[in-house]
Design a binder for this molecule. Structure first.
Ligand code: PA5
Length: 429
């Protein structure tokens, strides 16, 4: 489903030297599939698209239908990092940019920061809404979601009563252990499991991502089906993920290209960039190594970061996410006065201009010494998003192994927490 090419790297690459990277990436792919690499106990995500059952879908859809029957018009999804970015990305990509869906509750995200103003405004919102909550934490003890959940749980219990709260709160957490698991058993919350063998940043195709997505009114069956098609393609001769992993490692190790910018020409994909940054940043940024993942939205950011990309330090390469078809059609209208001199575009689609901007930018950045790769999807919908999620997860595993890194741990994330706990005078720190 995903089409990939790196012809925009041709003029930078020594094909003989690159062959070595292709061989290493192929071997990394084998290790990932065999489950013989570091962290292989966290590779359950590889088979998620084909393992999700009718029962799993039905359980998630039942929450949606139940909350619809209760007249819920606001769902607060609480989680941080891998426990929210996949769902946030899907909702940003699939929702109307301006008009709320009249057939689904509004879904907002919390527990992903410690800003007091954010929490105060969230409380303003829940007070004027018919509110339910999905709290997501694999460990059950992450500070940011725990703070937000305390506030929302209290609001729900105070407003609707303790007995009714259990029908308005769903927990997604570990199958057996952790504070959130204990709480959900004690309080009788409906709950879903984050599988032991799936880490947070690989969890979008579990209930962690799928429940908020279905609650917002989108088709999770199509999303999982897209991921399954991509999995099938990658297992049956499509070497796109291997080539992507090989080229990013070549550019990094041989040409000193230390920053990869994931670029899109559609603002809907801004949070795909955020999800992708966590995936690659947390998987590869270890042991003093790793490409720094950045993301930009063009043409917006060509008017802010375009100067740097064209002429700043030559440490960059771009991976451009190309959306082949716009789902809507808008044509530029003629104007009698033509004061803005746009009549030469009258009758043309806005997306035609966007595509010419993409091609013009590609040429300018190539001329400026920025290698480019392209990842194509046919359109932005559930099926293609599912495929994209799976493609990047698979490529990330291969790429990290090619770099000699365990993609599936995140030891560095603890450092700030220890300092914060000591400063907050948490017992034991
Ligand atoms: O990818 C990861 O493992 C992290 O981003 C976690 O998802 C994040 O720290 C949240 O952890 P938890 O779900 O345990 O609250």
């Amino acid at each position: 489903m995903i089409k990939f090419n790196f012809s925009g790297c041709d003029s930078f690459v020594d094909r003989t030297a690159f062959k070595e990277y292709e061989n290493r990436a192929s071997e990394s792919c084998r290790i990932l599939l065999d489950g013989t690499g570091a962290g292989s106990e966290f590779t359950g995500w590889k088979s998620l698209p084909t393992e999700i059952t009718e029962e799993d879908f039905a359980k998630m859809e039942a929450v949606r239908d139940d909350w619809k029957a209760q007249g819920i018009n606001l769902v607060v999804v609480i989680g941080i990092g891998g426990s929210y970015l996949g769902a946030k990305c899907a909702l940003e990509a699939l929702s109307h940019s301006f008009i709320p869906n009249p057939n689904a509750p509004r879904v907002v995200f919390a527990g992903n920061c410690l800003s007091e103003e954010y929490h105060a405004e969230l409380l303003d919102l829940v007070q004027q809404s018919n509110t339910a909550c999905v709290v997501i934490s694999k460990s059950g003890t992450t500070t940011e979601p725990a703070v937000a959940f305390r506030l929302i749980k209290k609001h729900i219990e105070d407003t609707y009563g303790k007995a009714a709260a259990k029908d308005r709160i769903v927990a997604i957490t570990d199958a057996r252990k952790g504070a959130l698991k204990t709480l959900s058993v004690n309080e009788g919350y409906r709950s879903f499991v984050v599988p032991d063998n799936v880490g947070g940043r690989y969890s979008v195709l579990t209930a962690v991502g799928l429940l908020p997505i279905v609650l917002a009114g989108f088709d999770i069956r199509a999303m999982v089906s897209g991921a399954a098609k991509e999995l099938n393609a990658l297992l049956n001769g499509d070497d796109s993920a291997v080539r992507y992993a090989a080229m990013r490692n070549y550019l990094y190790s041989e040409l000193g290209k230390k920053v990869e910018i994931l670029v899109s020409f559609n603002p809907r994909m801004q949070y795909l960039g955020e999800w992708w940054k966590q995936l690659f940043g947390e998987s590869e940024g270890k042991e003093g190594k790793g490409i720094f993942p950045a993301s930009l939205t063009y043409t917006t950011d060509l008017h802010s970061m375009g100067q740097y990309i064209q002429e700043g330090e030559r440490m960059l390469f771009e991976t451009v996410l190309c959306i082949e078809n716009s789902r809507r059609e808008v044509r530029i209208c003629a104007d009698e006065t033509d004061l803005d001199q746009l009549n030469y575009l009258a009758g043309k689609r806005v997306e035609h201009c966007n595509e010419m901007a993409r091609l013009g930018t590609a040429k300018a950045h190539l001329d400026g010494g920025v290698p480019q790769m392209e990842v194509h999807i046919v359109r932005i919908d559930e099926e293609n998003l599912g495929a994209l999620f799976f493609f990047f997860e698979f490529a990330c595993g291969i790429s990290a192994y090619t770099l000699g890194i365990n993609p599936f741990n995140q030891p560095g994330v603890e450092a700030y927490k220890k300092n914060m706990f000591a400063l907050l005078e948490k017992p034991g720190y």
